[in-house]
Design a protein around this ligand. Structure first.
Ligand code: NAG
Ligand code: NAG
Ligand code: NAG
Ligand code: NAG
Length: 464
């Protein structure tokens, strides 16, 4: 109806009028959105010579009716609409603008999301044809669907039909006396069977992972002996790809030495997986040279044990208190990373955002958040956004499960090509990496302490 009014008004005044969404000649200026807190918000575009009128359609969270405003006069150099609707965190504001410029109408629309009382940056839409926008019937259909307080979510959880935005999908506060084994499964295997791999065995021993005082501890421990005796994980080994080498170290094999470090990795693959949502993990990351935490999601088509699986990394920081890249960049545990690792033809593509802090991320607990949307990942630490990844990247569209673990080394985690020569006590892809690491334990083991544990206070997943 409003759109008809707009067209009506125009056609009375102007006989020659064409709609030109694809015209390259004129581009609508950038839209400015200002939050006025309890007073609502203001949307504006700066005036440019040739602009005659502006029409705004503003839709909060797809709710109908949309807010509309028809602006016929420039005010203080811009075309402004002020709305009394108060925008809240996580609200999505769809802004559509029609501009009449030298008697031709141009349209553009974009979506903005309000997070923590600030605005997420914008994705400008490609111009759409105007008829698609009118959709009053569509709008009514959404109104009808929106009678309930439940805003439909894009999140998907196995065996759960309809989900509302904000709904809690999964939570573990580790408040029990022990790990809930119906939720968490241990990944049990050694990771140093291959020259590319990590210098650790994951086990389910209680010294490497336990619940205490409402928190989950994952504790790496240095082996007392690596050169004598056999290494066999027996029935508890969960390796899927190459159990022969991941479950045992055979006498006489080339990699005869046993793992220098034992640690743990656990996951929810058998109990909980989801697609799209917000994950918050309150945790203290491990501190100590060559330690590396895994707080991540992995698709259900893979196992926690799958080599080279795609991953969504919620938070990672190297354990090292001091570490610089060969370009002198601080890549110690003061630098937090989050994002996505995707394997293509045997090569890891890393899409990571990072945030440098004055402190090591293992010094304190922090709240690590990943908001996973169909076309966007938002990364936050303690409510501060430090990264946003948009579509165009190879986003997962698969249900994923949660993994927590602490490892040592790893050729992506401590990439030789990133580090100055001889900083690491071993070389990636060197067959005797584990032995070399073990022989230099005086250097690194002394940097480990009670702060080398990763401590998880809670993990929560809610629908988006
Ligand atoms: C006009 O804009 C200027 C700068 O953008 C601002 O300082 C001033 O307060 C505005 N005046 C009105 C009446 O909005
Ligand atoms: C373990 O988790 C399951 C599934 O969420 C739950 O039903 C059960 O109550 C939990 N057990 C304990 C001891 O908390
Ligand atoms: C480790 O796993 C094995 C095999 O599943 C199980 O029998 C054992 O109880 C587990 N140990 C701990 C400490 O959970
Ligand atoms: C992290 O979340 C907890 C609530 O779970 C809150 O009390 C705390 O203030 C948050 N910490 C930071 C640094 O934002």
């Amino acid at each position: 109806m409003y759109w008809k009014m707009w067209f009506g008004t125009l056609s009375v005044g102007l006989m020659v009028l064409s709609i030109c969404p694809q015209c390259a000649a004129y581009r609508i200026p950038n839209v400015d959105l200002v939050l006025l807190n309890e007073l609502g918000f203001e949307v504006s575009i700066p005036d440019e010579s040739g602009m005659q009128r502006v029409f705004y359609m503003l839709q909060v969270d797809d709710i109908c009716p949309a807010l509309m405003d028809y602006i016929t006069e420039v005010s203080n150099g811009s075309w402004v609409t002020r709305q009394k609707t108060v925008l809240h965190n996580n609200d999505k504001l769809q802004i559509s603008v029609l501009v009449q410029y030298n008697d031709v109408i141009y349209e553009k629309s974009e979506t903005r999301v309000i997070l923590n009382d600030r605005l997420l940056s914008t994705r400008h839409s490609i111009s759409r044809s105007i008829d698609q926008l009118i959709g009053q019937e569509q709008c009514q259909a959404i109104v009808a669907a929106d009678q309930s307080p439940c805003k439909p979510s894009q999140s998907i959880v196995a065996n759960q039909q309809s989900i509302c935005q904000g709904e809690l999908l999964f939570e573990d506060n580790f408040d029990g006396t022990q790990l809930n084994v119906s939720v968490w499964t241990h990944d049990v295997r050694q990771r140093m069977y291959h020259a590319d791999e990590e210098l650790v065995a994951f086990d389910n021993a209680t010294r490497n992972s336990y619940v205490k005082d409402g928190r989950l501890y994952i504790v790496p421990t240095v082996a007392t002996d690596v050169t004598t005796g056999a290494f066999r994980l027996g029935d508890r080994c969960t390796a899927v790809d190459t159990p022969d080498v991941e479950c045992n170290i055979a006498q006489g094999s080339f990699y005869k030495i046993k793992p220098p470090v034992y640690s743990a990795q656990l996951h929810t693959r058998n109990s909980f997986s989801f697609k799209y949502g917000k994950v918050v993990v309150r945790a203290k990351l491990p501190k100590g040279d060559w330690l590396f935490p895994y707080i991540m999601l992995q698709p259900v088509s893979t196992h926690a044990e799958t080599h080279y699986a795609n991953q969504l990394r919620i938070a990672q920081a190297r354990g090292n208190a001091n570490l610089r890249s060969n370009k002198q960049e601080d890549i110690s545990g003061n630098r937090l990373y989050g994002g996505m690792i995707v394997w293509q033809h045997g090569t890891a593509l890393e899409f990571l955002s990072n945030h440098l802090s004055k402190q090591h991320y293992g010094d304190e607990f922090h709240n690590y958040t990943m908001i996973w949307h169909r076309d966007k990942l938002t990364l936050m630490v303690d409510d501060e956004i430090y990264g946003e990844l948009y579509d165009g990247l190879p986003f997962f569209n698969e249900r994923s499960f949660i993994i927590f673990g602490v490892t040592v080394g790893g050729f992506l985690n401590f990439d030789d090509s990133l580090l100055p020569k001889d900083v690491k006590p071993y070389k990636n892809r060197e067959p005797r990496a584990a032995l070399s690491f073990w022989q230099h334990r005086d250097v690194w083991a002394s940097t480990w302490s009670k702060h080398s544990a990763m401590i998880i206070d809670y993990v929560r997943v809610s629908a988006e």
